[in-house]
Write a protein that binds this ligand. Sequence first.
Ligand SMILES: Nc1ncnc2c1ncn2[C@@H]1O[C@H](COP(=O)(O)OP(=O)(O)OP(=O)(O)O)[C@@H](O)[C@H]1O
Ligand SMILES: [Mg+2]
Length: 516
Amino acid sequence: MSEPQTSQEALRESEERFRGAFQYSPVGMGIVALDGRFVRVNPALCRIGGYTADELLSRKFQDVVPAEELDIHREEVRRLLRGEIESYEHEVRYRHKLGHDVWVRFTVSPIRGADGEVVHLLGQAEDISARREAERRLRQAERLEAVGRLAGGIAHEFNNLLAVIGGFARHALEVTSAEPLRRDLSEIVDATNRATDIARQLLAFSRDEASHPSVLDVNDVVRGVEPMLRSLIREDIELVAAVADEPCVVRVDRMQLERVIVNLVVNARDAIRGPGRIDIATRVLAPEEAPKAQPQLPRGSCVALSVSDTGSGIAADARPHLFDPFFTTKEQGEGTGLGLSIVYGIVEQFGGAVDVQSEPGHGATFAVYLPCSAEAPERPGDVQRAGAAPTQPPPPGGVETVLVVEDEEALRSLIELILTEAGYRVLAAANGEEALKLLRSRDPIDLVLTDSIMPRVSGSELVRRLRAIRPEARVIQMTGYRELGAPKDEFLAKPFEPETLLQSIREVLDRPPPGG
Ligand SMILES: Nc1ncnc2c1ncn2[C@@H]1O[C@H](COP(=O)(O)OP(=O)(O)OP(=O)(O)O)[C@@H](O)[C@H]1O
Ligand SMILES: [Mg+2]
């Protein structure tokens, strides 16, 4: 009968050793009775869940574990008691006193009594929320990238088709005066414009849209879009833009940053029922003020741009999906669910991060963090803004010879049609090889208009070879994608309106010839 004595002593001894380690361990520890009551808890465990020791001691294990995970623990404890396992370890959730869940790595092992029976359980919990969050972000980034690539590919194909549909319809509209036909054609043009907008959104989201980063002051950008934002929101919503006194200098694409602001403000507007208020604010954060929950932000100071609203706030179950493409809580036809994924994509592209704080019923705050740039900002007037003036002279034509290289047959004939009508002489080639043949002929060629993506000989390859054959010819590459390299060449973003095409051609032809 000395056996129980020994294990009791052993238990006491291990208790002794355990005491110090228990109290000061950085790992959360709790001793739990078999009915789940907490018998002893250490400060680290209290910290993880936001409880005081007394609060935990008056609770059961079952009270601090989400109901849907209780079965995992029940099953494992059963196996422990039957002696099938020595201990168990799981990554599980722990319910914080404030109601949210904290991810922990949870290890449970038995504490045996004098007779060898399990009398208590020792639970150890290590807070792994930060790692979980980092993994979640990575998964989200990967998912976005995969969807983005797909969306970009589709949008690229659609851009070409839309240019053809819209182009022919516009042309037909110009040449016919038959009334019912004109109405139908206008409908086609309108629908094509809407579809082109969506394709553009998709390209923005897939990050394949052309991006022209420059060094600028976020405060200028906010001031610049403010009047436009006012026109977007209802009259009973107050818009207050409070920019920092100091410049908030970052390196981003102005149009893309504007899109970020517009998307956030439109979301804020949609979240407000009845009267309300939207606040836009900017601030420079010193390195030590940088948000810790944003590990991907580079070290150093950053600019925080926040958009807060007094709207409905964000439900807890929507929170994890906000930045997912096509996640929307809006009615069919009211939202595509791309706004925030575009925001996310743009901000990531410039090395920044997006964060959201919201309490359901009490509005939401979206904060965009962008790394500060040490360069001097370009003055707003330095960059000519894209976009058409309200009244325009008729699109310019010409009599020069243009070689059109485009593998998409319908688009090629559309361009031929536009150019011929504007007076140009047009040569056409379906691919790079045909184009090179024409370039080697004795035909005069003033300008080559080429698709940038073609099978076998790509646009840029064609341009490289053309420089050797005809150094004097001007070149414009048409592209639906952001192009790398050859920055000195002219690019025309697809899809384009006939006027834009004609204007670019005229502009390039009117410049002094290359190399002279
Ligand atoms: N300020 C906000 N307040 C409350 N909910 C918001 C806010 N911003 C976004 N959300 C929620 O996030 C969802 C996704 O937003 P997102 O901008 O990606 O798509 P959308 O606004 O629904 O559609 P789209 O922007 O493509 O027109 C919204 O449907 C809405 O439920
Ligand atoms: Mg939106």
